[in-house]
Design a protein around this ligand. Sequence first.
Ligand code: ZN
Length: 236
Amino acid sequence: MLHPLEPIYALQKKDRRLIKLMREIRDIPQRKSDIEAQLAGSAQKLEIALDSRKHTEASLKELELEVESLKERITKYKNQQMEATTNDQYRAFVKEIGGVEREIGEREDKEIELMEALEKGKAIVAECKEKLAGEKAGIAGELAELDGRTAELTEQLEQVKSDRARAAEQCDKSILQKYTRILNNKRDFAVVMVEPGNHCGGCHMKLPPQVANDARNPTKIVGCNFCGRIVYNPVP
Ligand SMILES: [Zn+2]
């Protein structure tokens, strides 16, 4: 005699497949938006790098203008110095010129720092551009692949659904109800095999000998005392 849990066990295999397919289909939009988010992140990094480079360039330009105007001031002082009529006046210009030269020196040191920063900034921009271009090229393929996968999985899902409906027709109605209730509760397995040493295949606790024995009996449907899953022992 066919054990009534045999068709239920077969049905469970279809349900497992169904659950797996549905999960994978459900997760695809998230995978797509993760890919898109990564691309958006890389685009943002490039924006930041470009902004930073622009800022450095502007600061450098500003410094150059300052140096230029300081140099003009020196030229002016030197002209005035030549027209000095007293030693005191002359020395005052020397002092002024020295002060301006120091200011120029400070700005020129800063210019060198900024030029180094600009070189680094340019390298970062180039790196970001390359990364983004690579990701853009890859993303189209990845997204298309995921769309293809969705179509494939949806087709498989329809097939498994109709197989499942046929398999359900082979099942005892009251056991099927019990099975469905447990599966909805446990979300993984409702029927489990008795494992060697009379352990429940669901929670792995040791079953009482009577339960392990009854799990073989086609006229009895027994549950694990610990997790409530239906235990099945097809070994004669
Ligand atoms: Zn159990």
